[in-house]
Every structure is written in C-alpha cells, then in structure tokens.
Design a protein around this ligand. Structure first.
Ligand SMILES: [Zn+2]
Length: 498
C-alpha cells in the first residue's frame, strides 16, 4: 500500500505492530498507533517526504504517477483545449478533421518516439438545421418539445411531417398492437431509464434499443416516424442523441429523441387528448463516405519493442456537444499514459501505444480498420485498454483475459492508493478494441469510472468541458497509467516479467 496516500497512520501502525496488517490492527494497538502516529507524523512530516517512508519501488513509482497527474492537471487542460478549440467532432465533419490534426500535433509536440495517422473511410451524416418537434391539435394550440434527430436518421420532408401518435414501451409492444394500431402514425417509445440500477451502464443498456432498433421496428408495422424518450439518466430537458441501425428490408423513417421533460409533456398531452398529433421536421443529410484517420502515438519499448501495449479512446464525438466525457476523457487518458511515463522518466519495456480511434459513435470504422491492419501485418499486441466511460472518479477495470491474468491484476490492487481502483471485473474492453480482440485474440481491458453521472451527459448537449472535474479526470488517468506501468513491468504471466 502507499503510505503517501494511506497517510502516515498505517505506515507507522505497521512499524509499531509489525504482525498486524492494515485491515486487522487490534483495537488497542490502533489507539496506541493513532496517538503515536499523530505525534510522530508531526515530527516526521517535515523531515520525510512521502517517497521516503519505506516505500517499495513500485509504491514510489505509483506515488509519482498520482502526484504528477494531480498536481499538474496537464491532461485536464489538454481536454479543455480539445473541447473549447476543436469542439464537436462527428465523423466526416470539419471538427473531426481538425481533431485529427490537433491530436497529431499534440503528440508530436511531446516528442513521442513515433506519431502517425492510419487512414480510414468514415460515414458522414449531418444534422442540418435545428430539429422542430411539437405537439399540435391540442387545446394550447401547440407545445414545443426539446428534440434531437437520432444520429443517422433520414430527414422528414422539408415541410415536415404531421401524424397521430401511438405510445409504446418496447419493441415487442409494437408487434403486439400490430399494423392496425401503428400504420400511418408516429410511434412514441416511452420506456424510462431504469433508475434502480446502481451501476448505470445496464440502465442505459435496458433503454437504448428504442433508439437503435425502434425506428425500423416501427416502420415494419407501417409507422411514418418515431420519437423516443431519450436513453439518459437525467431529468432535464436535454435530449440525448446516438446512433440508430436501419434494417435492410424496411423503409427508413425519420426518428428523434426527446428530452425527459418533453417526453413527460407528450405523455401527459396524449393522456388528456389522445387525438393530439405530432409535427416533426428533421433536416438531416447523408453525404458520401469521407477520408479520416486514427491517430497513433508510441513510446518504443526498450526490451520488447515489437510487443505492444495499447491504450486508447475515441477521437470522434457526437455533433451536439464538446464530447468531453465521451470521449475526450479517453483521448487525454490515453495520451496521458505516454506523457506521464515521459515526464517521470519511466522507460517501458514494451512499446506503449496510444490509439485515438475515429468513428466509434456512428460506424466503428476506426476500430475495424485498426484490427484489420494489426491482423494483416501480424502486429503483436500484449493487451489493449480502452477508456470510454467518462472522466469520472476511477472505480475498477473490467478485463477479458484468462483467469490467471485477472488474478494477477487483482494482486496489484493494493498498489492503487486508497481504493482509487478497488476491483477487477471478469470481462471488459471497449467498442474500438473489440474488433482487435476478435481478429487477433488480444486480451482487452475497459476502464470503469464511477457511473452515476455518465448517462446524464452521454450524447447530450451537456457533455461539455465544464462537466468534467479536474481531480476526477486526473485520478482516472493516473489509475490507467498505473495499470499500464504494472503490466509493462510484470507482464501477463511470470515468463513475461522483468
Ligand atoms: Zn464513447
């Protein structure tokens, strides 16, 4: 454990009572230690910096990693630059291309051993003029709703679309009520985000099919449009966009997401006046695929340069916000591992590669391209980590690897100060590194930060730099750098250790 972080108390308690562990200090010893440590810490704190209190080399390195990240805030300010000077960066957009140049220049500026671009063709969808969705044919005349076209949606006619509304809560319900109830109507998917789940990922997972598959399911039964209650955990009126997948065999109908309060408004209006109708106008547009790039930076390994430890996130974001948590945080976490090693003079044994993937949000072309190249060139990846769950306080990692690798990672948990990382889950990775695992069998890791606010901001206009806390972001980055440091040093198995 790290005395710099557990404080002088546990370190001194250990010294006073050498047979007790941190978790099982007998009470009388603890009281004695408390008193003694208070006295001694006053005497020692000035004379002995944290690093000098009998730490192992690993503890010293981890302390240095955390101290560097928490004191400089360098990655936080890098994120600010990305959010405020580049901003939204949906694939194919000018912002996306500027972010490619930005990321390359940032890593070149740091003087990493190798920085390069990997070409990838990406889809190019544009939202166009702001969406208009309103309830019409009601006593009030009309009620404006807060809405965003779902990413990839077809537009309505330029004059808009007006139709009666049918409310459902699942894809299955569309089938149950059938064509008779759906034909010619706008289907309103009104299933709420499950607020009872504590880790919110499954809450999102339980709501998102309305967005991804709901439009084609509705079209299958003759619907002319779709609106959904946004797949978000907040109670604001900010709608959450995201991608949809049109089925091949049915008409591609326009689809929009409503803010939570707007969905409530529509729900109430339809209860009171079932004859209420919706007017929606979406001006979205599909363009031909565009040339873009994954951006890659490396520090070359001193002993095993051909073995790559990958740390990545995605550079693209939705078009409506700055993509601060999704996934600017992952971008600076990834660059941050290399930068931290560089600043602390940590010379990795393996090549550490930061990969900033393009087009995670609406196509995954960057991840697919990267895996294809890795497979075809026979590149050897030791493991790949992705940070794409936000810049919140670290909690754990999810790992898709053999059981003994997971046990090995668990044995390192005491090195993470004060439970910054307190668990290693079985199973984990990220959308962008999934194809690499499938193509090459590379084990994968997903960074797991606290999830309580993640789906408040996810894919909404509120995902801006101001929603990121400096300490939380940097703690996440330090935790990732720590795990990468330990993997580099000790490998996944004993025969890979130093
Ligand atoms: Zn993301």
């Amino acid at each position: 454990m790290l005395s710099a972080f557990t404080g002088s108390l546990s370190g001194l308690a250990r010294r006073v009572s050498p047979h007790s562990s941190r978790t099982r200090v007998p009470l009388n010893n603890l009281v004695f230690s408390l008193a003694l440590s208070l006295a001694l810490s006053l005497a020692f704190s000035a004379a002995l910096p944290g690093e000098a209190r009998g730490q192992t080399d690993d503890e010293k390195t981890v302390t240095a990693i955390f101290n560097e990240r928490l004191t400089t805030g360098e990655m936080y300010y890098l994120l600010e630059d990305l959010c405020k000077n580049i901003g939204p960066r949906l694939s194919g957009s000018e912002g996306a291309e500027r972010s490619v140049t930005w990321a390359k220049e940032v890593m070149e500026g740091y003087g990493f051993d190798r920085v390069y671009l990997q070409e990838v063709m990406v889809p190019h969808w544009e939202r166009g003029e702001p969406e208009q969705v309103r309830i019409v044919n009601v006593d009030e005349g009309m009620i404006e709703l807060s809405a965003l076209a779902i990413g990839g949606s077809e537009p309505t006619a330029p004059t808009g679309l007006t139709a009666p509304v049918v409310v459902v809560h699942s894809l299955e319900e569309v089938e149950e009520i059938g064509r008779e109830a759906v034909e010619g109507k706008i289907v309103f998917y009104n299933r709420r985000f499950d607020q009872t789940v504590i880790s919110t990922g499954p809450g999102y997972g339980g709501a998102v099919d309305q967005r991804t598959a709901g439009p084609s399911q509705a079209a299958r039964f003759g619907a002319v449009g779709v609106v959904i209650r946004s797949a978000g955990s907040d109670f604001s009126d900010a709608p959450h966009t995201g991608g949809l997948r049109y089925a091949e065999d049915v008409e591609r109908i326009p689809a929009a997401a409503l803010g939570y309060q707007s969905a409530d408004r529509l729900e109430r209006a339809l209860e009171e006046q079932p004859e209420a109708m919706l007017y929606m106008r979406l001006a979205s547009k599909w363009h031909p695929d565009a040339l873009s790039h994954n951006v890659i930076g490396e520090i070359r390994g001193s002993e095993r340069p051909d073995e790559i430890i990958l740390v990545g996130g995605h550079l693209d974001s939705w078009d409506v916000a700055e993509g601060a948590h999704d996934d600017g945080a992952g971008v600076v976490h990834s660059i941050g591992v290399l930068r931290t090693f560089q600043k602390l003079g940590i010379q990795p044994r393996h090549t550490i590669r930061a990969v900033l993937f393009m087009n995670e949000e609406n196509g995954l072309r960057g991840g697919l391209k990267y895996a294809e190249v890795a497979r075809d060139t026979g590149e050897n990846h030791v493991i790949a980590l992705e940070s794409d769950a936000g810049g919140f306080s670290p909690r754990g990692f999810g790992v898709s690897a053999d059981d003994d690798v997971i046990e090995r990672f668990r044995s390192w948990l005491p090195l993470f100060p004060q439970n910054t990382v307190s668990y290693i889950n079985m199973g984990g990775g990220g959308a962008d590194i999934g194809p690499l695992r499938r193509e090459t069998g590379t084990p994968t890791i997903g960074f797991i930060p606290d999830s309580q606010r993640a789906f408040d901001y996810h894919h909404a206009t509120t995902d801006v730099f101001e929603a990121v806390n400096r300490r939380e972001l940097e703690l996440g980055g330090a935790s990732i750098a720590t795990l990468i440091y330990l993997i580099d040093k000790y490998g996944l198995r004993d025969d890979m250790a130093q």
